[in-house]
Design a binder for this molecule. Structure first.
Ligand code: MRU
Ligand code: ZN
Length: 730
């Protein structure tokens, strides 16, 4: 039977395409004397397709058009009698009689290829080893054999054991005894068939073919470049793990791009994952290539990272993300996966709607926001001066060193590049292995000034090489080695693509630009830390130091100025930190309490987006105003707010109140992460919404009076700030 429409499955200019590779290998085997006459056979499994040589054709004469293509796994319940094909040869040929045996290698070993030969050495071995196994040791070439045929290589000192099964008149009758032997000898890399030959199999890489992942690229060239840098690191990490992956970015050269295209449009692309941005996805070049990949049934999945950017209700909407909605129309039935760490239910619904995902067939996997292995702490300082902040950070790291009796890996986030440089210089001056990470780094020197950052601080002279080196050194560091990097002092440019299991702390030198940003930056902490916890956390039975108990609740504090926040893995290590830390705040059971048991007193305001009829004000107007207020909240410049408060003559007490309020919000957010899947962002939005309600004169009766007072303060300052912003914009 012929099926010419599927001939494209065996037509490729790529010499590594299975339809070309099988004939080439058969010729080699023939030259080696492994296959004579029509004896022997070979098959290759690539993704969900199996390519098999024909039966009864002299192996050195096999051509691509003779190759059979079958789906793997077989859709039928009896694949041996009722085999399904994607492509058969138009000549009067049958698939190899070895097919059921090849199938054993796929089903039982997840093999990517299986070879059967009539090698005379193999036959001789079965005659010399009369028992059920062939064993051999102390042969150099044992190192070329893998355990089970697909795992780690054997060592020279291992003994190679290959089971021998008895031959049968018909090839297919070998199937069961082969399967039995494979199960009995799971480490065997092949099966000898007495007086016949050998079956051996090899590895298959495990990822789906040609996934496409896009990543967020926030506005600003520096950010974009730094992000590309970390994205490259992510790609490199995968490449190191043996995954065939590439990022197609603005930096991809012409030759590289052409090579990428050649591979993708081939019948059997070697690439497993392609990283592109939504902007790249929108280009005609990309559409043309993806169309071709899809036409050849090789487009397996679209994966969208930071999917909340698709939604206008999200905190970082980007219009190019909307373009991804066309994917479903163009590439029907290709599954879509959307990933986000910050999406309310409204945003989730919006993502599903915009991507045209099939609601009935959507699988939700929601990881709780609360990372139980993390401990969040807000620290107060006696003075807003940079020297105090730096000293406190140094004290923290020193204490951690003393506690663990060795160096630790850490990250300090700063909002300004100059702060990164100044803090790095300070910490290096104290003997710490710190390095800055931001896109303003120049060759040969760093800007080491304590002055406040200015808009003109952007540095065009950028060295990607230095950043990459820093990232590599930090990834390998954390051991206090003289030439290593234990600590990076970074802007938000740092964070993506980090895969480091031993980060012990993340310090925010100043307030991050948004609560979501804060959560994401602290999320750089490894998930694995949780696995290291050896016993559950118990608060100390006795408070070691009972001075200033009110400070434990993060209430207004007369000396409160600035709030570096520290995130570290909680649990046993944290318990140590509680009992050893000389600070009364840190020895407080309340501060030490595990985040998921803390009591919350959050206002219970209905989400406006869930209930647009809940107000007298017109929904469109309300939304507009709400979004503006939210934007103001997200873009708070606290230093500036502080100077506003000061110019009003309210002094530091009010500023302390304000700062305390925000600190409390951060603390609440850290605590409220366990409330709902969308808890984090939802809470942030609620605060913004509360401010909006109040500014609209609606009042919030359920509000706890303390919180209402604080919000009243913030509201006043916010409104001023907001007006200033508007004036500036005009
Ligand atoms: C020379 S016939 C041998 C077959 O029975 C079988 O063992 C073999 O090696 C090749 O089978 P084929 O069906 O030609 O692929
Ligand atoms: Zn054979």
């Amino acid at each position: 039977m012929s099926d010419n429409s599927a001939d494209y499955l065996v037509e490729s200019p790529d010499p590594l395409h299975p339809a070309n590779l099988i004939p080439e290998l058969c010729q080699s085997f023939y030259r080696l004397g492994w296959v004579t006459g029509t004896g022997g056979g070979i098959c290759i499994r690539h993704g969900n397709k199996v390519y098999i040589a024909p039966s009864g054709v002299q192996k050195e004469r096999i051509k691509p058009e003779h190759i059979f293509v079958l789906p793997y796994p077989q859709p039928t319940s009896s694949p041996q009698t009722d085999r399904v094909f994607l492509r058969r040869s138009s000549l009067n040929l049958k698939e190899s009689a070895c097919t059921p045996l090849f199938w054993n290698s796929f089903d039982l070993r997840d093999a990517g290829s299986c070879i059967h030969t009539h090698s005379q050495h193999a036959v001789m071995a079965t005659l010399l080893w009369k028992g059920p196994v062939f064993t051999i040791s102390h042969q150099e070439m044992i190192k070329g054999v893998r355990i089970g045929g697909t795992d780690a290589a054997l060592s020279y000192l291992d003994t190679l054991v290959i089971p021998i099964i008895e031959n049968t008149p018909f090839e297919e009758d070998l199937r069961d005894s082969m399967a039995e032997a494979m199960k009995k000898y799971p480490d065997a890399a092949g099966i000898l068939v007495r007086r016949h030959g050998v079956y051996v199999w090899g590895k298959l890489s495990s990822l789906t073919l040609c996934d496409i992942s896009s990543n967020v690229e926030p506005a600003g060239k520096d950010w974009e470049k730094a992000k590309t840098q970390t994205e490259h690191t992510e790609v490199e990490n995968l490449q190191r793990k043996g995954v065939n992956v590439v990022a197609w970015t603005a930096d991809t050269g012409k030759d590289e791009r052409q090579e990428l295209e050649r591979d993708l449009v081939s019948h059997s692309p070697r690439l497993r994952l392609l990283y592109i941005s939504p902007e790249k996805y929108a280009t005609p070049d990309c559409t043309r290539i993806l169309d071709e990949v899809y036409r050849k049934h090789n487009l397996n999945r679209l994966v969208i990272d930071e999917a909340h950017c698709i939604s206008e209700w999200g905190n970082s909407f980007r219009s190019d993300y909307r373009g991804l909605g066309k994917f479903r129309d163009r590439y029907r039935n290709v599954p879509i996966m959307a990933l986000t760490a910050t999406a309310t239910q409204v945003v989730q619904r919006d993502i599903i709607h915009n991507l045209k995902m099939d609601r009935d067939n959507t699988f939700y996997a929601i990881h709780p926001f609360n990372r139980e292995n993390l401990f969040y702490e807000v620290r107060y300082l006696s003075s807003p001066e940079p020297n105090t902040r730096m000293q406190q950070i140094l004290d923290y790291i020193t204490l951690l060193y003393q506690r663990r009796n060795r160096a630790s890996s850490g990250i300090i986030y700063c909002r300004a590049k100059v702060t990164c440089d100044a803090l790095t210089a300070f910490l290096r001056g104290k003997g710490l292995n710190a390095k800055p990470y931001h896109r303003g780094i120049r060759f040969g020197h760093h800007t080491l000034s304590l002055r406040r950052p200015r808009a003109s601080d952007s540095s065009p002279d950028i060295s990607s090489g230095i950043l990459q080196q820093t990232l590599k050194q930090w990834s390998a560091g954390g051991h206090g080695e003289p030439d290593g990097v234990d600590l990076v002092v970074a802007t938000v440019a740092f964070g993506l693509g980090i895969d480091k299991g031993d980060v012990r702390y993340i310090i925010h030198y100043d307030l991050p630009a948004s609560f979501e940003g804060y959560y994401q930056e602290t999320a750089t902490m490894p998930f694995e830390s949780a696995k290291r916890l050896t016993k559950p956390f118990k608060p100390p039975s006795k408070v070691a130091n009972d001075r200033e108990p009110e400070s434990f609740r993060l209430e207004p504090h007369d000396t409160g100025r600035t709030i570096p926040t520290v995130t570290e893995p909680s649990g046993l290590n944290h318990l140590e930190s509680c009992s050893n830390n000389p600070s009364p705040r840190s020895s407080s059971p309340e501060v030490c309490a595990p985040v998921n048991t803390a009591q919350l007193s959050l206002p219970d305001i209905e989400m406006e987006l869930d209930n647009p009829t809940s107000s007298k004000v017109q929904p469109a107007k309300r939304m507009d105003k709400f979004n503006k207020m939210r934007k103001a909240l997200h873009s708070l410049d606290f230093d500036r707010l502080a100077s506003l408060v000061r110019s009003e003559g309210s002094g530091f007490v009010d500023q302390g109140k304000l700062v305390n309020h925000v600190a409390r919000e951060i603390e609440f957010n850290a605590l409220s992460l366990s409330c709902t899947p969308g808890g984090y962002t939802e809470h942030t939005e609620r605060i913004a919404q509360a401010i909006f309600y109040m500014s609209d004169g609606c009042g919030i009766p359920e509000y706890d009076q303390d919180v209402a007072d604080d919000i009243e303060d913030v509201k006043g300052i916010l409104q001023k700030h907001w007006k200033e912003l508007q004036r500036e914009e005009q």
